[in-house]
Ligand binder design. Sequence first.
Ligand code: ATP
Ligand code: MG
Length: 558
Amino acid sequence: MTMNDNERRPSNFIRQIIDRDLAEGRHDRVVTRFPPEPNGYLHIGHAKSICLNFGIAEDYEGVCTLRFDDTNPEKESPEYVASIKRDVAWLGYRWAGEPRFASDYFDRLYECAREMIRKGVAYVDSQSPEQIRETRGSFTEPGRNSPFRDRSVEENLELFEKMRAGEFDEGEAVLRAKIDMAAPNLNLRDPVLYRIRKVHHHNTGDKWCIYPMYDFTHPISDAIEGVTHSLCTLEFEANRPLYDWVLDQLEDLPARPRQYEFARLNLGNTITSKRKLQQLVELGHVDGWDDPRMPTISGLRRRGYTPASLRRFSEMVGVSRENSLVDVSMLESAIRDDLNRTAPRAMCVLRPLKLIIDNWPQDHEEQLEAPVHPQDESLGTRRVAMTREVWIDREDFREEANKKFKRLVLGKEVRLRYGYVIRADEVVRDEAGEVVAVHCTYDPETLGRNPEDRKVKGVIHWVSARYGVSCQVRLYDRLCTVARPEAAEEGGSFLDYLNPESLRVLDDCVVEEGLAGAEAESRYQFEREGYFCVDRDSTAERPVFNLTVGLRDTAKPE
Ligand code: ATP
Ligand code: MG
């Protein structure tokens, strides 16, 4: 609450609730949490939730905990735990204390369950899973009470202890809340609190063979951590009465958190479901969870996104209770704005065509000076070697063209960026008739100034053939061909909408010499091409660059 107005992030309905709670003296400080299940890598939707929870803690000088919601041991793993910690830290957030695990609270949760049994608000049900499902009723029909609903407290305590001791098989018994089988909200029809799973847990090993359900675990974990505002997505709105009910049954909890729901982020032309992203990885459609086409935080990172751009994007999409689909161009504009300001410039020729400057002496070299950033002089200058032979992009040369083509045309002039004006004199063809080189002449009077007698409008980028470094460039495009691949499924699969051109690899690119050995994750603007990031597949001899985003938004509306 000490932030200046201009440092503050935009307000939203959740911040208004917090402002009110603080004004009414309901809390001394704000405590939020980010509660991922470690069953996959985090994606851009989680980034929104992270920025919301940690952003609020920062702005209100409160704290945010990181809690792994690890109550489904079959699907969870330490690999996912490690990746989630890495991603949150990379986004620039610090969780309060050590990361927590719902499994840290299994003893406490077990005691809470016993407390509920003693109070007569929980019972062990011995119906089969099918019977439980069948007696649950529907939106139009009430459910039916289990024949085991009125077991005595003693019997329930004993049976629950037997569940824990492994004396029943999976599916033979569950612990249920005793609420109301006729409740209009299906979540309140005696929801299951504990089930038997005889599987190894990544944290607790084989200590437990009963595991608590999300709706029971979550509110109690929040209370244990002193969470004041428990923020989740709208799907959980109907679970809120159960969240409150659980907390209302227990006497000794240190805090009384409240749940608030906001709309999840849906991003166009991609998938934001961990399960489906996992399918892409397992079926080999992408090169792992951090493939630069993936909307995962690690994929976006490898693609060249910065933490600042993802935080900015989260702010741009805002927080509301209205479900909507956000166009990828918004994400792209966030990174473009960031990199436009910060990325050093470099020249890289993606589809090389050789120019031979006939009047340039064979071994003559000049070191030309170029700014690292056109608007930021503090970044200094770089040197690029000019030699007799240089590469330019094939698309920057035509044998014939009209006036709109402001690049190199046979018989005409163009400027080599930061260098001289040259004229194309003659093409060299291979046996197939394709142009493989262009003989040119340069005008030594034109370095840094325009020839007085003739107008040269075009400027093209280039790289010295002697000093340029051979590299690979990976051009990425949207993962899916339609805006809503999941909605489009209808019997088919989102896999039917994967973009076959989401990756094009260019193997013969040449980048200016200064980028040899550039470190993985360094980001550059390749002048006239776009923003690129050094991939971790790079070697000292051969850098690999990933296209982050083009210079302009060229997306065609669907
Ligand atoms: P998924 O559907 O991808 O498996 P999830 O909700 O099961 O997501 P969790 O690990 O449970 O994943 O999510 C951790 C937190 O992130 C939760 O509070 C959840 O509400 C939030 N979250 C997940 N997806 C989104 C999204 N698309 N937009 C905003 N918040 C999200
Ligand atoms: Mg979940």
